[in-house]
Design a protein around this ligand. Structure first.
Ligand SMILES: Nc1nc2c(ncn2[C@@H]2O[C@H](COP(=O)(O)OP(=O)(O)OP(=O)(O)O)[C@@H](O)[C@H]2O)c(=O)[nH]1
Ligand SMILES: [Mg+2]
Length: 281
């Protein structure tokens, strides 16, 4: 654990097939729209979004860094770039980092571009298209996710507005719930477009599905924070909760014995400690 600084924030990846709504969701959660939301698949490196006001830059595969222009994120060469670092002063980023991933089976991009970022993450919000929800390609990636990541992740069935009748909505929700049973901490249908349109209207916000989802997200972030406070290593690399150090014990307040300098030339006397100080971690 890092000393002297606040414990690290959970890192939540936005993942899914191309055009599932990952970037739209990142923008919705931040309340600003720095990421391109496109009808066609974007060739964009993973974007690691943190709280702050630093100028954006890219971190290359060789570890070097170079500045990038916020309006031209799509010009960044994806093969050589590990991720783009974007700092934004958005409320949600005070409690977690977001990492916007490219689509998992984008034919224009090698999967290594996002696979090499997995080792950085703690949890995922997985976006799956309502119209073709939970494809084989999605199930195949998710199957390989460590258990601790799965249990702290959320499945969003996006573009729910595209399913126009109640029967279809129920059918998709039931099927996806069945096929992903036990593999997510929560599953929510949502229309991101309606959520964005809702603005300050709480009824519309809830009706879009964003209300129940964000409530669950806040609980998830709280749970994750307790876990990430116990380790500097991303949960992805831990695999299961058993391999994370135990939480710091609650230390009873005790007076620590003051150190008294020994007069020169005298032997150290064996003493019993007066109070035992429990280690912090
Ligand atoms: N109708 C509808 N459209 C949506 C919804 N969510 C996203 N879209 C639209 O879907 C398109 C793709 O959204 P993006 O957020 O760019 O998707 P992405 O997953 O980031 O896509 P890539 O980065 O290219 O993989 C955009 O035109 C969005 O406006 C939704 O809930 N309903
Ligand atoms: Mg995107």
């Amino acid at each position: 654990m890092s000393t002297g600084t606040a414990p690290r924030k959970p890192r939540i990846a936005l993942m899914g097939e191309f055009s599932a709504g990952k970037s739209t969701l990142s923008n919705l959660l931040m309340g600003v729209r720095p990421l391109p939301e496109k009808v066609t698949a974007t060739r964009l490196s993973p974007v690691w979004i943190k709280y702050g006001s630093e100028a954006p830059y890219r971190v290359n595969v060789d570890g070097s860094q170079s500045p990038v222009s916020i309006n031209r994120l799509e010009d960044v060469p994806v093969e050589e770039t590990r991720y783009i670092n974007l700092s934004i002063e958005a409320d949600i980023l005070e409690v977690c980092d977001l990492i916007d991933f490219p689509g998992i089976s984008d034919p224009n991009m090698s999967s290594i571009v996002w696979e090499r970022m997995l080792e950085e993450i703690d949890a995922v919000i997985w976006c799956t298209h309502a119209n073709q929800a939970w494809r084989q390609s999605e199930a195949a990636v998710w199957e390989n996710m460590p258990e601790i990541v799965q249990q702290n992740s959320i499945l969003l069935i996006t573009r729910y507005d595209k399913l126009t009748n109640e029967r279809d909505r129920l059918r998709v929700f039931k099927r996806v719930s069945r096929e992903t049973k036990g593999q997510f901490g929560g599953i929510f249908p949502v229309s991101l477009l309606q959520a964005i349109k809702a603005g300050e209207d709480y009824e519309l916000w809830d009706a879009s599905g964003a209300g129940p989802f964000t409530e669950h997200l806040i609980d998830t972030i709280e749970k994750l924070s307790a876990l990430t406070a116990r380790t500097d290593h991303p949960l992805y690399t831990h695999g299961t909760e058993d391999s994370i150090p135990a939480p710091a014990p609650i230390v009873p307040r005790s007076v620590s014995p003051r150190r008294v300098a020994r007069p020169e030339g005298t032997e150290r006397r064996k003493t019993r400690p007066i109070t035992r100080i429990e280690p912090q971690n």
